[in-house]
Design a binder for this molecule. Structure first.
Ligand SMILES: Cc1ncc(COP(=O)(O)O)c(C=O)c1O
Length: 422
């Protein structure tokens, strides 16, 4: 009798090959279950997870409070559409975001959405409605999403833009500091002034959109003097400062928002997402009431934005991220990670820089191939690890903060071993 030798993981992988678009890049891992900072594949192999579903699981896979809240909500109702009937979890998430908002102004309001890209699109819509201006300024190496407007706002041509045009207009790209590669705050500010001279008058600019730590661009924290000068320029010209914290927010760098590392800096609009939903799709924009109320009634919304299950999941997440225990854990994790990565870097001369903010840390290597080989070798040894960066040569750590100490140590040991063979 013929026996089927195909493993469960191989079977899913074969079906994926046949039925799922080849344009989605997937590594050869078929997840079956996950908990904390561990993922088990369909063949029973366990991986330590340094990727956290691409930064969506700062509080771990299956955080018990989050799962319980989802179960409870599932018994009440799954969906309403906020434009059909209001529900408390949506309003409560907005109330909590107002309490935690780093933005300028007393009365903070929010709009809930499904994804970071959708949130960035809405931040631009709101900024345009409030200012009556079309222009949007973004920065080199920024990543803001894959929808039509955010494709124009995102820096890389391959794979994000090529073949997908025409892209949205009135988006201008300014230089951003990259100290490791010699691009200073002065260079970046000079580039912005050049845009005002060559491309668009500041009085036609609605907003500037900046990640405080560039995520996909290579985990590059924006220097404090750059952020301060941008805020001044924005205030001088009535331009709104949009803080894209889709990746750097929700405790990823320690405080709830990375912008809290920049003393006294208050953005006009905050964009959040990823870990906000504790693993369910949820994103938001938050700003003072006069900005959020600027578009006409009905001008903002969407069928699924702020889905009840996602909102129910976000409530315990917002409790956890604002608790002193989480902050303490995050600071400990940041210290451990930074010192371990510095030790690792000292053993491999092709590691050019260890950088980041809090536990949002990465290593810039010499080549893209080496970063790719490192993530492959890590996977073969049981670690899920991601690369990023404008040149694809950065290995980044997006580990759930709840990782057990033993797993953290083993994961870092694997990073070291993987670099050794990459
Ligand atoms: C800073 C930043 N903004 C926006 C996005 C887009 O978010 P989404 O993939 O949820 O659309 C991302 C995704 O990685 C991001 O890192």
């Amino acid at each position: 009798m013929a026996t089927d030798q195909t493993s469960p993981a191989q079977r899913v992988s074969d079906l994926r090959q046949k039925y799922v678009s080849g344009a989605v890049a997937t590594p050869p891992i078929v997840a079956a279950r996950a908990s904390g900072a561990r993922v088990e594949d369909a063949d029973g192999t366990t991986f330590i997870d340094f990727a956290g579903g691409l930064g969506c699981l700062n509080f771990g896979h299956g955080a018990p409070e989050v799962v319980a809240a989802i179960h409870q909500q599932a018994d009440l109702y799954l969906h309403q559409c906020f434009m059909v009937a209001m529900y408390e979890p949506y309003v409560e998430v907005c109330r909590r975001l107002a309490e935690l908002s780093p933005c300028r102004g007393a009365d903070q309001k929010s709009l809930l959405l499904n994804s970071g890209a959708e949130a960035n699109e809405n931040a631009v819509k709101v900024a345009r409605a409030f200012t009556g201006r079309p222009g949007v300024i973004v920065f080199d190496r920024g990543f803001h999403g894959r929808t039509n407007l955010t494709m124009a706002m995102t820096t890389k041509v391959h794979p994000y833009k090529h073949g997908f045009g025409p892209l949205a207009g009135a988006v201008y790209r300014a230089p951003a500091p990259y100290p490791y590669r010699g691009i200073t705050t002065e260079d970046a500010i000079a580039g912005l002034h050049a845009i005002f001279k060559e491309d668009v008058d500041p009085s036609d600019v609605a907003c500037m959109v900046l990640e405080p730590v560039q995520g996909e661009g290579g985990f590059i924290p924006m220097p404090e003097d750059f952020v301060r000068q941008l805020v001044e320029i924005c205030q001088q010209h009535g331009i709104l400062y949009v803080d894209d914290e889709v990746q750097s927010g929700m405790g990823r760098t320690g405080p709830v928002w990375a912008i809290e590392h920049y003393d006294g800096v208050e953005p006009d609009i905050l964009v959040s997402g990823k870990s906000l939903g504790g693993g369910l799709p949820l994103a938001a924009i938050t700003a003072r009431a006069e900005i959020m109320d600027a578009p006409e009634k009905g001008g903002l919304g969407g069928t699924f934005g702020g889905n009840p299950l996602s909102c129910a999941a976000a409530l315990p997440v917002l409790d956890i991220v604002s608790s002193p225990e989480f902050r303490e854990r995050t600071e400990l994790l940041a210290d451990k990670l930074r010192s371990a990565l510095n030790d690792i870097a000292a053993r491999h001369d092709f590691v050019g820089e260890v950088r980041g903010l809090g536990p949002m840390l990465a290593m810039e290597l010499d080549t893209r191939e080496r970063a790719y080989n490192t993530t492959q070798a890590a996977r073969e040894r049981g670690l899920i690890l991601l690369s990023c960066g404008y040149d694809g040569n950065v290995v980044r750590i997006l580990v759930p903060h709840v990782i057990e100490d033993d797993d953290l140590e083993r994961g870092l040991q694997i990073v070291d071993e993987a670099l050794g063979v990459a």
